[in-house]
Design a protein around this ligand. Structure first.
Ligand code: NAP
Ligand code: GCO
Length: 265
């Protein structure tokens, strides 16, 4: 086998919400594999923070302010990237939010906001990059799904609905564009140490671990939270030619959570 199949040399990768967290880690791995990195975030100060972080890693990333829920802004951004950098070869739909609120207390507006960012935006961004990928004869779209693409839990109804939908959007893009040598797959991270899950890991006033922290460790065969580094290899694989016959697949990077019924009390 030619191990260059895992190279991302000469590829342009756009990671949405890539200023920090999972998106940043995936972009860092893509850069190490040779890709040119483009990212966006919702505020200039976040883009600036991201640019500085990429510079600190020796990565000459290009950063743009763009709200991924705004279709005209996304279309304009993709056109600008194509002018300034080149045609996007790899899209990672990473930008996302969560609101942890019981359904009976959640406003329809908040439900819609989560679905807008976590599901509608991946549709908008994929729709924006597909025409040039079709013309070029290849493309990779990676949607960042979740344990909640498969499982529910209290207080995350909007997020689970969005991430479940994102799993099926992934399969539909595969179905509709696979004939153009475009692969659309998902990565389903388990519970990862990022700002998004910080509230679930916060030390208690008495210094003890958060109950949810202990719960997740007990539900994970790896007996630990994931780190963003754990996602880098799987992401490079799905972005590279090594996965050209992998399509519509959700690759769960969860330390075994989905396989495990849980330890007997
Ligand atoms: P994070 O730390 O909250 O980062 C999310 C990024 O997306 C932030 O930079 C955020 O900017 C940006 N963003 C939010 N709304 C946006 C919008 N409308 N337009 C552009 N950018 C926007 O989250 P993370 O933990 O790295 O998670 C990244 C992705 O992985 C999300 O899709 C999340 O659902 C998914 N995921 C996370 C975990 C986990 O355990 N952490 C597990 C499974 C899946 P702001 O800072 O301005 O909000
Ligand atoms: C939660 C967590 C999870 C993680 C991730 C798990 O409140 O349950 O935020 O949803 O973010 O999606 O895969």
């Amino acid at each position: 086998m030619d191990m260059n199949a895992f190279s991302l040399q000469h590829k342009i990768a756009w990671i949405t919400g890539g200023s920090y967290g999972i998106g940043f880690a995936i972009a860092e791995a893509f850069a190490a594999a040779g890709a040119t990195i483009v990212f966006n975030d919702i505020r200039q100060e976040l883009v600036d923070k991201g640019l500085a972080a990429y510079r600190d890693k020796g990565i000459a990333a290009r950063g743009y302010v763009c709200d991924v829920t705004d279709e005209s802004a996304v279309q304009a951004l993709v056109a600008r990237i194509q002018d300034e950098v080149g045609v996007i070869d790899i899209l990672v739909n990473n930008a996302g939010i969560i609101k942890r609120v019981p359904m009976t207390e959640m406003s329809a507006e908040d439900f819609r906001k989560v679905v807008d960012i976590d599901l509608n935006a991946p549709f908008i961004c994929a729709k924006a990059v597909l025409p040039a990928m079709i013309q070029k004869g290849h493309g990779k779209i990676i949607n960042i799904c979740s344990m909640m693409s498969e499982l529910g839990r209290e207080t995350v109804s909007a997020y689970a609905a969005a991430k479940g939908g994102l799993k099926m959007l992934t399969r539909n893009i595969c179905s509709e564009y696979g004939e153009h040598n475009i692969q659309c797959n998902g990565i389903g991270p388990g519970y990862i140490e990022t700002p998004q899950t910080a509230p679930l890991r916060q030390r208690q006033p008495d210094g003890s671990r958060h109950p949810f922290d202990q719960f997740i460790v007990s539900k994970t065969p790896a007996a630990r939270w994931g780190t963003t580094d754990d996602l880098q290899g799987p992401a490079v694989f799905l972005a590279s030619d090594a996965s050209n016959f992998v399509n519509g697949h959700i690759l769960y990077v969860d330390g075994g959570i989905l396989a495990y019924i849980g330890k007997q009390p």
